[in-house]
Design a protein around this ligand. Structure first.
Ligand SMILES: *Cc1c(COP(=O)(O)O)cnc(C)c1O
Length: 378
């Protein structure tokens, strides 16, 4: 072989089974075949792989892993939480259809519904999901989907999933839940009868703030339809991001259990503090915990600029769910696009702080917040 040829082919991998403990990263855009029969086999559905956008072992591993955790029959990974949410929507609705969604959904999801889908002829009515009657009265002849989040942001309203499923089943309307904040450790909406459960795996599933990914799980037919959207609209996940997310999932239970425990301790400590007006933390989610996000409203006597500057190793991070404790400022980030009226209605002002509680020692976390509160009031 000439050097030119050798440099291309010298690294040809052997196809023998090498028993790697962790899943290898199939960092390839396309797969190879030894014969036309083998190639034809792909189209006959022999579960081999052809091209990474249409399927890759790492992205499939992620979809299946989350489906197992949600105890759903099918799962598919995509490039982000938002693309998984969009694929979920498009697996149910088409032009001319109508969606009823909770009025406190994630900002990016609100944008998809209120702008992107609206432009495609899919209308959404947003109502408070706190009252069943409001959901019922928003349902129209062409309503095909009810959408909400298991735990909302930033005030951590816990959805009444059973009530939602009941309405959906009564009216023959599909239901879909964003389970990002709860994770399948705390809540498994599919087991309660929800048709589609979606995750921003960027958050707790990944858990280390080093990957953007999404996963949709649920009814087989809907997930297969969503997979088609992801493939054909090109919102597939890269093999490396899928691999990182799968690695994160191995410690999901450990992290979530510890972070929920720390969050509960922080929430009760802050309730006692004169620098805090209100603590938002769910009263009940699951016997395994109440989630790892605590939202507070600082009291009128606290200077919020000084509070954010005095947090030491707790950094301002406009996301959540890493192993480090971080804070975010909803008014200036996740909710900055909202009108003054919408902000007022939701209760978001400059004193609202969302805390994503990490895996550190709970006493150290509490101490850091107490110190910042003292400094913000002096
Ligand atoms: C972050 C988030 C999303 C969007 O996920 P991306 O991975 O950023 O696309 C959707 N829903 C919730 C509840 C989120 O927290």
């Amino acid at each position: 072989m000439d050097f030119f040829t050798k440099s291309v082919h010298s690294s040809l991998k052997s196809r023998e089974a090498i028993k790697s403990k962790s899943t290898p990263i199939y960092q390839t855009s396309v797969f190879s075949f030894d014969s036309l029969e083998e190639l034809e086999g792909f189209y006959d559905g022999d579960s081999s792989y052809l091209y990474t956008r249409t399927g890759n072992p790492n992205t499939d591993e992620l979809g299946m892993a989350v489906a197992k955790l949600e105890e759903a029959p099918a799962g598919v990974a995509s490039s982000s939480g938002l693309s998984a949410i969009l694929a979920g929507f498009l697996s149910v609705v088409k032009s001319g259809d109508h969606i009823v969604a909770a009025d406190d959904v994630y900002g990016g999801t609100f944008h998809i519904l209120n702008h992107e889908l609206k432009e495609l002829g899919i209308e959404t009515t947003f109502v408070s999901f706190e009252h069943e009657e409001e959901i019922r009265s928003a349902i129209k002849e062409n309503t095909k989907l009810l959408f909400s989040e298991s735990i909302s942001n930033p005030f951590l309203r816990v959805e009444n999933i059973q009530a939602l499923v009941k309405i959906g089943q009564e009216k023959g309307i599909k239901t879909m839940i964003d389970n990002t904040f709860a994770t399948p450790l705390l809540l498994q909406p599919y087991k309660e009868g929800v048709n589609l459960v979606v995750h921003s795996a960027t958050k707790y599933l990944g858990g280390h703030s080093d990957v953007s990914s999404g996963v949709l799980t649920g009814d087989e037919d809907l997930v297969q339809k969503a997979r088609g959207k992801i493939v054909n609209l090109g919102s597939n996940l890269s093999p490396f991001e899928a691999w990182l997310t799968c690695r994160g999932i191995k410690t999901l239970a450990l992290r979530m259990e510890r972070q929920s425990h720390n969050a509960e301790r922080l929430a009760s400590a802050l309730k006692e503090h004169r620098g805090i007006q209100t603590v938002y933390y769910p009263e009940a989610v699951s016997p395994k915990g109440k989630g790892a996000v605590v939202t507070v409203e600082l009291s009128g006597s606290a200077d919020h600029h000084r509070f954010f500057k005095s947090l030491g190793w707790v950094k301002i991070v406009p996301s959540l769910a890493g192993v480090e404790t971080t804070v975010s400022y909803p008014l200036g980030t996740s909710h900055r696009a909202l009108s003054p009226e919408a902000l007022e209605k939701l209760g978001i002002n400059e004193r609202v702080v969302r805390i994503s509680v990490g895996i550190e020692d709970s006493e150290d976390i509490i101490h850091q917040f107490e110190t910042a509160l003292e400094q913000s009031m002096s």
